[in-house]
Design a binder for this molecule. Sequence first.
Ligand SMILES: Nc1ncnc2c1ncn2[C@@H]1O[C@H](COP(=O)(O)OP(=O)(O)OP(=O)(O)O)[C@@H](O)[C@H]1O
Length: 213
Amino acid sequence: MLSGVALLEVRGLRRRYAETDVVSGLDLDVDAGEAVALVGSNGTGKSTVLRCVTGADAPTAGTVTLDGQPLDDRTAAVRTALATVMDDLDYFPDLSVVEHLDLFARAHRVADAEAVVDGVLRDVGLVAQAGQLPGTLSSGQRRRLALASAFVRPRRLLVLDEPEQRLDVEGVAWLADRLVREKADGTAILMASHEPALVEAVADRVHELGSRH
Ligand SMILES: Nc1ncnc2c1ncn2[C@@H]1O[C@H](COP(=O)(O)OP(=O)(O)OP(=O)(O)O)[C@@H](O)[C@H]1O
């Protein structure tokens, strides 16, 4: 971290669709080892904020910086630092669970990829499904694979859109514990969530969207 500069800084973020400001002037900071949660009713702009942060969408106004530099998802430094789990992870239909994770880890040049993948498979509870193709997984297992894909690669900032989706009660408890460990390892987390127990367990600060940002 540069002194006085949060790892992630969002300033004056505005996103207008047609004639409506979905997000109007959001400021937030997330530092290494911190988690910030975006909460609010359906349609209040949580995913829009996350997409503007990751570069999947372009803000109408405002800035997003990582280490004080404009966050540009085309740069190698940002692609190494930023791990996202959004709604839309696609899988290769002919690669197994373990092959997907191996691919992510090796593409990001993770040292000892095999051991890292083994550990994450155990952690997310997909050891028995390691050889299965994505199309044969349950929806909760596919969600666990999406989360696992973020945990096998380098990361300084995790951006998670409703990471609790489709997880069972035990899975949500595991996720809370895992995200607390991520923070302890110095990872910053920005997440949108509808799960109060997850927010309570993980978030250092909560931004409620939909009222005043
Ligand atoms: N590409 C788009 N074009 C027009 N409107 C959009 C577009 N993307 C999002 N919106 C609108 O912006 C608003 C915010 O959507 P967003 O997905 O950010 O909400 P959310 O808070 O994540 O909701 P949820 O809790 O349902 O996931 C919604 O009214 C949505 O219809």
